[in-house]
Ligand binder design. Structure first.
Ligand code: DHB
Ligand code: MG
Length: 220
């Protein structure tokens, strides 16, 4: 089994389960045209995030790491009426592309984009008492995952769902001698989740993005 096979199955699921979605394809095209790195969630993962938002009835969603807003739009589409996504992006150039995508996708009224470093913006949100958020999606620079987790706990409430992207990275997470700062960040975050005693799990995924996975925790 290889990435091409996994991507073929993703393509099959996308075709089998939903009609073509030119609006979402246009977002990815705009991102590519602007030279953004193609590290968005996959279409299947995006749909899944949207379903999670819907299943939890989330009305306040926080995303750390907007990039071009692809995952943001999937989650915005899953919001209950009156719901809102606050999304945080450090790179002004990415944020500009994301803003145009939100307008083009017709969800700009449901999204608040804050430009700044994730930790600083989360601190600001806490100071403003902008929480509690119902669902928090962490998908930014991995060395800061422990800090994002810590602040997510403070911005959440009992029952808040926290999802973290890219916790597997081709299996590197479990390599004993791996010294990659991305891996170290995610491991330290796992230790904090365990120490907090929250219910947490992680699922490996294969697909068009290769072998990776999500962690999920539900706050106490
Ligand atoms: C990278 C980051 C991501 O959030 C992702 O989903 C895939 C790759 C990266 O930095 O390489
Ligand atoms: Mg990611």
């Amino acid at each position: 089994m290889d990435k091409a096979t996994w991507a073929g199955v993703d393509a099959y699921f996308n075709r089998a389960l939903a009609p073509p979605d030119p609006a979402m394809d246009a977002v990815l095209a705009a991102n590519a045209a602007a030279g953004l790195p193609g590290i968005d969630v996959s279409e299947a993962q995006g749909r899944f995030l949207g379903l999670l938002v819907r299943a939890t009835g989330a009305r306040r969603v926080l995303e750390v790491g907007t990039l071009g807003g692809y995952s943001t739009i999937w989650m915005a589409r899953g919001l209950a009426p009156g719901g809102r996504v606050v999304t945080v992006e450090r790179e002004a150039r990415h944020a500009e592309v994301a803003r145009a995508n939100f307008v083009r996708a017709g969800v700009a009224d449901r999204i608040e984009l804050r430009v700044g470093a994730g930790l600083a913006v989360m601190e600001a949100l806490a100071a403003e008492e902008a929480g509690p958020f119902d669902l928090i999606f962490i998908d930014a620079d991995k060395p800061n995952n422990p800090g994002y987790w810590d602040r997510a706990v403070r911005l959440g409430r009992k029952g808040t769902v926290v999802i973290v992207d890219n916790v597997v990275r081709d299996g590197r997470i479990a390599e004993a001698r791996n010294a990659d700062p991305d891996v170290a960040g995610t491991r330290t975050m796992f230790a904090a989740m365990r120490a907090a005693g929250v219910g947490a799990s992680a699922l490996q995924t294969v697909g068009s993005k290769g072998w990776d996975g999500f962690a999920m925790a539900v706050l106490d």
